[in-house]
Design a protein around this ligand. Structure first.
Ligand code: SF4
Length: 450
């Protein structure tokens, strides 16, 4: 048998994980929060790509079978999703199953944590299963603020990117709408049914309008959805303690991975606001501006004019992108907040200022800790009645967040809890959340809510 060297493995990874043209493939997107992946699939369909969101969490056992337990939990869950999907397709199609017809989407991030390694590990595991070496993995990287170049034809890039960002904001809005109305619904289950219906409508609208750029049709429907959602609220119910959630983006938004923590908090009397997905997208763009600025300054000092020009252009490009993102986000929130008081999103520059002022962490280190720490501080200072940090067990940035944030919350006298998940059920979890909610209720009685 031919020996596979480390160099071969590296070559295989670079050849079959990358920015491939997705046209003509069945494009498979893993589900993260219940909304944005579905809206993204709608956008891909609008641009002629046969995209769908895979069932999630059904393949957790498969994910665990092919990993050691030391990997990040989101890596295991998403691996399970693709393996389960492929297993079912093989069963469904039999001899007509052609793995080369599929492409699996797994973005990445650089920096000191392990998100950049998921798609490499998934590649190695897919290669170990007969036939699945032919399933290419399409990726995007935080290194270039998730530039779609290579994945989508050049002439469609701008339109796709605009629709993509809008889908992130609309997904956040649907999430926030659900958390705003569900604790006060007139009858149990109304909010969940309504929001699922709204998501399907939105996904359909994105699949119709993304490629023609007719976003006003999407915005007018979101307005209608929000107006209807108000009718779910039982106006006789008093407002409840307000709890903020921070943490690792996948587990805090993936309802099955976090065992529906938000619903448990609601069961014990909370109204909850989780950090948004838009926060991460804005952060990756903001960080490119920050890095370009540093490089520009350094090259100016060295008087390297060619490099100065390069970083100046980068600085302007990412600044413009960030400006567009904030403008679009503000516009959508403005439409929605005319009808219902969902929480607005914060600016990333503000979070960096908080970190500098408190000298608690630095954007130079990166990772989600630089978002979670100042967010938790901001929530506490604004009068939230408690803060929950949700993350995968063994997650490095989230453990950093936990170690720095906990004492700060103690000083501010705001209830705080760390909850980590790895797929197992902890018998004491609900009791811990219930105790936390008791403290949050005490805080609410003394201080009210923002
Ligand atoms: S943020 Fe945490 S869970 Fe996500 S890749 Fe990094 S270490 Fe893993």
């Amino acid at each position: 048998m031919e020996k596979v060297t480390q160099l071969d493995t590296f070559r295989i990874i670079t050849e079959r994980v990358g920015k491939f043209n997705v046209q003509g493939k069945r494009f498979l997107i893993p589900e993260m929060n219940p909304f944005s992946s579905h809206l993204l699939a709608g956008i891909f369909r609008s641009f002629g790509v046969n995209a769908s969101v895979m069932d999630t969490y059904e393949g957790l056992d498969l994910g665990k079978k092919f990993t050691s337990g030391k990997e990040c939990f989101p890596c295991i869950v998403t691996l399970g999703d693709i393996l389960y999907f492929m297993e079912k397709e093989r069963e469904r199609l039999g001899d007509k199953f052609y793995p080369e017809n599929y492409m699996y989407f797994m973005p990445e991030a650089s920096g000191p944590c392990r998100f950049g390694m998921y798609n490499k590990l998934h590649r190695i595991i897919l290669d170990s299963i007969p036939g699945l070496d032919k399933v290419k993995i399409a990726t995007l990287s935080s290194d270039d603020a998730y530039d779609l170049k290579g994945l989508i034809p050049k002439e469609k890039l701008i339109a796709f990117r605009k629709a993509g960002y809008l889908s992130i904001v609309v997904g956040d809005i649907l999430d926030r709408l659900l958390w705003r109305v569900r604790p006060y619904e007139k009858a149990e289950g109304m909010a969940d049914t309504f929001i699922l219906d709204a998501r399907n409508k939105m996904s359909e609208l994105f699949s119709i309008h993304s490629s023609n750029g007719n976003f006003s049709a999407i915005l007018s429907d979101i307005e209608k959805i929000v107006k209807e959602a108000r009718n779910i609220i039982d106006l006789t119910m008093p407002r409840k303690p307000l709890i903020g959630v921070v943490g690792e983006i996948y587990v805090r938004t993936h309802v099955k991975s976090n065992q529906d923590t938000i619903r448990t908090l609601e069961k014990y009397g909370a109204e909850v606001v989780n950090a948004s997905i838009g926060e991460w997208i804005n952060y990756t763009t903001y960080d490119q501006v920050r890095l370009a600025k540093i490089a520009l300054r350094l090259n100016l000092k060295k008087f390297q004019l060619k490099e100065v020009k390069k970083y100046l252009l980068q600085y302007l490009k990412f600044n413009l992108t960030l400006f567009y993102q904030y403008m679009q986000q503000r516009k959508v929130y403005h439409i929605v907040r005319k009808y219902i008081d969902i929480e607005e999103d914060h600016k990333i520059g503000h979070l960096e200022k908080v970190l500098k002022k408190t000298n608690t962490f630095s954007f130079a280190i990166g990772t989600e800790a630089c978002l979670s720490i100042p967010s938790a501080l901001g929530l506490a200072r604004r009068g939230y009645n408690g803060v929950v940090n949700i993350f995968p067990f063994t997650c490095m940035p989230s453990n950093l967040t936990a170690s720095i944030t906990k004492p700060l919350m103690g000083k501010l006298n705001v209830p705080y809890i760390d909850v980590s998940y790895d797929g197992s059920f902890q018998p004491g979890r609900e009791a811990a959340l219930r105790t936390f909610m008791y403290q949050a209720n005490q805080h609410f009685k003394t201080h009210g809510r923002p």
